[in-house]
Design a protein around this ligand. Structure first.
Ligand code: PLP
Length: 377
């Protein structure tokens, strides 16, 4: 399959190669496929006959027909129905359990796609700022590709999270600061050494890997889009990827209707929630960001405008929840047999608020994202 790249903000076409951000405005690039040349029904049949990993959707992924991905068996995770009763009586509540990916989080999908592309274009050294999960995923996929990886992680990242990154042989640098400071150091390191900076939305392909979560959900539901999804939002690749996939599937004639996208953030770091509630098109950086959900501790995101567009265009919304509520909800998922990280708990806590406020209605199908396994902490 063939694809092209264009800027997600100004629309400028950008050559493929080892692509980063828009050379004009510095905003994220998006991959665009020739969907008009594809037969949706034929694709659906072809996908059904392939192994249940994320590359089964390769016709709408950034990979050449004869190219082998750098893979560890990512994707194909379960979509589990939750029977929690109480507030959730009357609707179908499902959880996409991304903790079952090779390094224990949904980050595997994005880093798998991005490393595959970058290695194909000649990269052999990578650098990333990370709260832990993306770092572990990069470390694993770089190792798989025979490439090197340097990770900048906040000093207060839990020891278990940091040790996972060491495990795959990456060079881990602990930084006195938050993810934005790690981002600055990664950019400097890339500039000084020529390493490829695979930071969130600094290249276009992590979104393409993440979008396969939504493809799997729609396929599992018999090519029906859910009414709503609740997604724990940091840098936003999963949210942006979900919105992009739904639009691609509509263009292919495989689904109709819209899915409302809801972002959930921690109340100690909720720039997207604040901006959405203010009706803004960009998010001001959040000061003194603090939440135990490390993956959601992103004070300012490069793709803020894309996330806010996705929430608005889908008719969804944004909710902030406390760390206590996330923790309690993660335990509730545990009691239902799902080993959820606190970010997964955040989606259940938010869904309960959305249900109580009448946003999630009877008879609807609602999907939560457990983005990482309990053991990643
Ligand atoms: C477990 C977990 N959930 C959610 C997120 C936020 O993901 P995104 O960057 O797609 O918004 C992260 C990011 O680090 C994470 O590690």
């Amino acid at each position: 399959m063939s694809w092209r790249l264009e800027c997600g903000a100004c629309g400028r076409p950008v050559p493929r190669g080892l692509a980063t951000v828009c050379p004009d405005c510095g905003k994220p690039l998006l991959a665009r496929y020739e969907l008009g040349t594809l037969d949706g029904a034929a694709l659906r049949r072809a996908w059904a006959g392939r192994p249940a990993d994320m590359w089964r959707y390769r016709e709408i992924m950034p990979i050449e027909a004869d190219e082998a991905p750098v893979t560890l068996g990512e994707g194909g995770t379960p979509l589990l129905e939750l029977e929690l009763g109480g507030d959730f009586d009357g609707l179908t509540l499902l959880v996409k359990d991304e903790g079952l990916n090779p390094t224990g989080s949904f980050k595997d999908r994005g880093l798998c796609a991005a490393v595959t592309r970058a290695v194909h274009e000649g990269a052999s050294d990578f650098v990333i700022p990370s709260a832990g999960n993306a770092g572990a995923a990069l470390a694993a996929y770089a190792a798989r590709a025979g490439a090197s990886a340097r990770l900048f992680i906040p000093e207060d990242t839990p020891e278990g999270v940091a040790r996972r990154c060491d495990h795959y042989g990456a060079e881990v640098v602990r930084v006195d600061g938050l993810i934005d400071e790690c981002g600055r150091l990664s950019a400097e390191y890339a500039e000084a050494t020529g390493a490829f900076n695979i930071s969130t939305l600094k290249e276009p392909y992590r979104i393409e890997g993440k979008k396969t979560m939504m493809l799997e959900i729609v396929e599992s539901l018999g090519w029906r889009a859910p009414d709503a999804i609740v997604y724990p939002t940091g840098g936003g690749t999963g949210l942006i990827g979900s919105h992009k996939t739904l639009s691609e599937l509509r263009d292919l004639g495989l689904i109709d209707g819209t899915t409302r996208l809801y972002a959930v953030q921690g109340s100690g770091c909720a720039p997207i929630v604040r901006a959405h509630q203010a009706g803004a098109t960009h998010a001001e950086p959040w000061r003194d960001a603090s939440t135990e959900a490390w993956g959601l501790r992103v004070p300012g995101a490069l793709g803020d405008f894309l996330m806010l567009d996705a929430l608005r265009e889908s008719g969804g919304g944004a909710v902030a929840v406390s760390d206590e509520a996330m923790r309690a909800a993660a335990l509730e998922l545990g009691a239902a047999g799902v080993g959820a990280a606190i970010e997964g708990g955040a989606t259940l806590a938010a869904a309960r608020e959305l249900r109580r406020s009448g946003e999630l209605r009877d008879e609807e199908t609602v999907v939560l994202f457990n983005t990482a396994h309990l053991l990643t902490y």
